[in-house]
Write a protein of this length. Structure first.
Length: 179
């Protein structure tokens, strides 16, 4: 089931496409190590199409076969081991990538409209949300600061991001009185 994108409309999509195109031109699109190397170009095309016309569910449905079967993981002792990808890997990839461009699009749109803040909300139902996620829900945060953070995100920084963490279920929306 896709995330609920509260401010997703043709205007937000235009900003999302501009953000994606910006990354593509700069070679800054985050490429998951879970993608097969030969599938990266196809995935980028599908991500672009999802941003323009569809959602993360559409992207997930077309991504499953593009993933590797196994990945390296760190062990508690500091070593590495090989493990099968989790069943939700395609969902996490599609949701994470789409949501990051959605949030960037919302922030860029908000700033263009003179709205300095966006509102954090739960975009996916969670039976046991993380305490740090619960604290963020309903918060109004700087659109410029979040946009800068999301634009500078790299695979190694995603886990420490304010928003856009893998599998968080949080997103942002335009503040309702400004829509």
């Amino acid at each position: 089931m896709p995330l609920l994108y509260a401010s997703l409309d043709p205007t937000t999509r235009r900003y999302m496409v501009a953000e994606f195109d910006r990354d593509l031109a700069a070679g800054a699109v985050i490429i998951s190590e879970r993608l097969q190397p030969g599938a990266i170009e196809q995935y980028l095309q599908l991500l672009h199409e999802a941003i323009k016309y569809y959602d993360d569910q559409w992207l997930e449905d077309r991504t499953r076969e593009m993933l590797v079967d196994f990945e390296l993981r760190r062990t508690p002792s500091g070593g590495t081991t090989t493990a099968r990808l989790p069943a939700a890997a395609a969902r996490m990839l599609a949701e994470g990538d789409f949501n990051r461009y959605y949030m960037r699009g919302v922030c860029a749109r908000a700033l263009a409209d003179g709205q300095m803040e966006v509102e954090v909300y739960r975009a996916r139902l969670s039976v046991e949300p993380r305490p740090e996620s619960v604290r963020l829900e309903g918060e109004r945060i700087s659109a410029a600061a979040l946009l800068d953070e999301l634009r500078s995100a790299r695979p190694e920084t995603l886990a420490d991001a304010t928003l856009g963490k893998p599998n968080s279920g949080l997103s942002v929306r335009l503040i309702p009185e400004h829509t």
